[in-house]
Write a protein that binds this ligand. Sequence first.
Ligand code: GDP
Length: 195
Amino acid sequence: MKITSAEFITSAVEKTQYPPDTLPEVAFAGRSNVGKSSLINTLVNRKNLVKTSARPGRTQTLNFFLINKRCRFVDLPGYGFAEVPLRVRAGWKGMVEGYLGSRRSLRLVVLILDIRRVPGPDDASLMRWLEAAGKPFLAVLTKADKLSRNGQQAQCRVIQDQLMLAQNEMIPFSAHTHQGRLELLHCIMGALGEK
Ligand code: GDP
């Protein structure tokens, strides 16, 4: 898939604010500061379509982007930021699970993890929730440029074991070197039923 256009549509916290459930969607999820904004910007070849925030955990909305005028990327609010109060975390869960659980046009969830870190309980619980709900997802290990190729492979195995994942469900990725960009686009395109 060649991305020829990408534009912000709207932010939403409630279902009534979502755009109509008519175009196929790919959602992006991950801990605050994992590199989610950078990953989406890299995919669409734009520096600042998604604003990278200086204060982790600040964005608590779902952000919808129209891609190539015929599908959408949905940037889910980052989770797992330690200083976020319990009330806000519960709000996150309701907002994200509300979207993921009800969206008919959702085709794929890209779950973003830091390749250098062991996944945390929030990552594992989202993944288990997706499995239980039968939602297709793909793990992408970002910041791969911080490790050698051998180091990347070793970390892939650690993360895979930790999350009990099949290897073909993980893609090492870097917003700096663009490693994994084409592979990820290919998977997204497949999920959207495009060539
Ligand atoms: P978000 O909170 O998940 O949207 O994360 P951001 O995209 O704002 O990135 C958080 C921090 O990680 C920023 O300082 C980025 O420059 C850095 N970062 C993001 N992606 C990469 C990457 O692929 N490689 C490296 N080395 N740093 C990255």
